[in-house]
Design a protein around this ligand. Structure first.
Ligand code: ZN
Length: 363
């Protein structure tokens, strides 16, 4: 199969799902009110990656179960393929069972313990948050929690995955990469259409904010690509929600766009533990292929969207030097000089062989 780019990174993988419900909780809004048995689904995820030419993937914890330890074990097992984000999952499960009370301090303690190992590249999906039933946040309270999360991410120089970007936070923390999941909507919110992409493109006016494009039909790419404040340097491809469970029905009411799967299970209506896994890559990479057909992006730009930006943000090893465009005023804007080199030498696995001339001699 023809790959879509030089280096492809899926920035949104749940390889630890296909859950079985094991206990009901009434203390927390957690996975439809249940605690789930964790399940290592990495075999099928890695098979799909191989099949569709996805070089590396970022593991995200799954909503009702995955612990940091399990994520770290997967990264240790597949160091060339996977990196992971962490969360306050142990605390969340304890709270669900009524064994602990959630506080931002306790949550960040768990996240920091994970970051200290050096095995994680960010926090999320689902930032530390008080999910107690009936809890209603005030705006200031939640913003202050978000600030504490970003302080910690700045300390460890890692990224934040968020669904609820607030431009104030992006302004206050310009050095913390902020990735807006699903480009601003959840997979099950597919039906919300391009207006939501316009809103999140507005949020990505800040330089270090990235829109994850995985669930986007090709037509959505046009919005940020034609927005001079966003462009290809701030988009990150993903396989939508690879491995996510419970799977959801990606109905697209009110839009003309076809979805990755029409009947792949949804909440209480479909089988909770699905009997097959949606083929997210087949659909999502076809949308990237269509973007090229629609003349919306050059191959250079697609290489940034498909893997270059992720390699930079998550400090991933890449096979060769000079794979991604940099020093381009048309792509990198007024700060184009800062974009050279695109990646530091330590990330290049096969560095340049020494040349008989120096680059400086050519200027
Ligand atoms: Zn997800």
């Amino acid at each position: 199969m023809r790959n879509e780019g030089r280096f492809v990174v899926d920035t949104h993988i749940h390889a630890t799902t296909l859950y079985k419900r094991i206990a009901k909780t009434n203390k927390l809004r957690l996975g439809s009110g249940y605690i789930f048995e964790t399940y290592d689904n990495s075999s099928l995820c890695l098979y799909d990656m191989e099949r569709y030419g996805v070089d590396m993937g970022i593991l995200l914890p799954s909503w009702p179960g995955t612990l940091n330890k399990m994520q770290a074990e997967l990264v240790d097992r597949y160091p060339d393929k996977l990196r992971a984000c962490c969360s306050d999952q142990t605390l969340r499960l304890k709270c669900a069972k009524g064994e602990a009370k959630w506080t931002i301090e306790a949550a960040l303690e768990e996240v920091e313990a994970a970051l200290k190992t050096g095995k994680f590249v960010g926090v999320g999906e689902f930032l530390p948050e008080d999910f107690t039933k009936g809890k209603i946040y005030g705006v200031r309270e939640r913003l202050d929690e978000f600030r504490k999360i970003c302080d910690l991410m700045a300390k460890y120089d890692v990224a934040v995955y968020t669904r609820t970007n607030d431009c104030r936070i992006a302004d206050e923390y310009p050095d913390v990469p902020m990735i807006i999941m699903h480009g601003g909507y959840s997979g099950s919110g597919y039906r919300m259409g391009p207006d939501l992409i316009r809103t999140s493109s507005g949020m990505a006016a800040n330089e270090n904010v990235y829109l994850e494009t995985g669930c986007w039909p090709a037509e959505y790419y046009e919005i940020p690509l034609k927005d001079p404040n966003v462009g290809a340097t701030q988009l990150m491809w993903s396989g939508c929600d690879q491995g996510n469970c419970p799977q959801y029905n990606t109905a697209r009411l009110g839009t003309k766009y076809i979805a990755p799967s029409g009947t792949s299970g949804i909440r209480n209506k479909w089988l909770f533990t699905p009997r097959y896994q949606t083929d997210w890559y087949g659909w999502s990479l076809f949308q990237v292929h269509k973007v090229r057909h629609m003349n919306l992006a050059t191959q250079d730009e697609l290489n940034l969207i498909l893997g270059g930006n992720a390699a930079k943000i998550f400090k991933l090893p890449v096979p060769q030097p000079r794979m991604f465009p940099c020093g381009r005023p048309d792509l990198n804007g007024i700060h184009w000089e800062k974009s050279i080199p695109f990646l530091p030498a330590e990330q290049i696995q096969n560095p340049d062989t020494p040349q008989p001339y120096k680059w400086d001699d050519l200027d």
